[in-house]
Design a protein around this ligand. Structure first.
Ligand SMILES: Nc1ncnc2c1ncn2[C@@H]1O[C@H](COP(=O)(O)OP(=O)(O)OP(=O)(O)O)[C@@H](O)[C@H]1O
Length: 261
């Protein structure tokens, strides 16, 4: 299997703080990963490296077979989709939903706009429809609900047909119905063999969609456990990662966790 992400001994230091500490992690073609860990464990920082937006202070990071530091990140980034609230905050409230998705293609197709405009518009429309947003395509982004914004961001991240899709807490701030709709859409994405490799950062095991295959548990910037989901999402392993005595259940493809008492 080809390694889509290959981190060897990657550390990130900022002043006296070690945010990521000797992280070694491989993600192969076809895998769907969940990254879990307490607040401040280093999840978002890890995703920044995986997106080619941050370089390791030490260690080696290879993304899609290209080594960070040796590759032009501007060529690499369109091959990696990223949806995060930090990126969403930069979208102007007045921008049309359709254009939020469509403009993700600009960096890729560059000046050959005439040739691609129609195909791009069609793809943006298809992606919005796949995420249940077809009827809202002409609204401005600022008028959307939180759930609608999240779905728009994912459609945008998919616009360049990336080989790797990184999702940073896509269900944060959603109500129960919105969360379940999003989880269902992500389960569909996970189950489609044409989909990119997926990496999903979340705080809650309840937000893990069906079809996710692997888990990385971060603790204090280190890899606490990593591997197939059934092996890693056990009560002892999760309890140790979160420093809480937990009961973990797995039912009909979904997970839940609660304090043991
Ligand atoms: N530039 C920086 N300088 C110093 N410390 C930083 C910097 N960036 C992040 N940190 C710290 O590194 C740690 C990891 O941050 P990160 O955002 O990666 O964690 P996280 O697991 O995503 O957290 P959360 O679940 O709260 O979103 C935190 O303690 C954070 O305060």
């Amino acid at each position: 299997m080809t390694a889509v992400l290959d981190l060897q001994d990657v550390s990130i230091r900022r002043g006296p703080k070690t945010i990521l500490d000797s992280v070694t992690w491989q993600v192969a073609d076809g895998e769907r990963w969940v990254v879990l860990g307490r607040n401040g464990a280093g999840k978002t920082t890890l995703l920044q490296i995986a997106a080619g937006r941050m370089h390791p202070s030490s260690g080696v990071a290879e993304l899609l077979g290209e080594r960070l530091g040796r590759v032009d990140v501007f060529e690499l980034r369109p091959r990696i989709g990223l949806a995060s609230s930090a990126l969403a905050d930069r979208i102007p409230a007045s921008e049309r939903v359709r254009d939020v998705v469509l403009t993700a293609a600009y960096g890729v197709t560059g000046r050959w706009r005439e040739r691609y405009e129609e195909l791009d518009a069609e793809r943006a429309g298809d992606l919005l429809a796949a995420f249940g947003m077809a009827e809202l395509a002409d609204r401005s982004f600022g008028t959307l609900s939180e759930g609608e914004r999240k779905r728009t961001q994912i459609a945008r991240a998919l616009m360049t047909d990336p080989e790797l899709l990184l999702l940073d807490e896509p269900a944060a701030g959603l109500d129960l119905g919105g969360r379940e709709e999003l989880v269902a859409a992500l389960a569909e994405l996970a189950g489609d063999p044409r989909s990119p490799v997926l990496v999903l950062v979340t705080h809650h095991v309840e937000e893990i969609p069906r079809g996710f295959t692997h888990v990385l548990l971060l603790k204090d910037g280190r890899v606490h456990a990593a591997g197939p989901i059934e092996q890693v999402l056990t009560a002892p392993t999760l309890s140790a990662a979160f420093d809480v005595d937990l009961v973990v259940t797995h039912d009909a493809g979904r997970w839940s966790a609660r304090a043991a008492r």
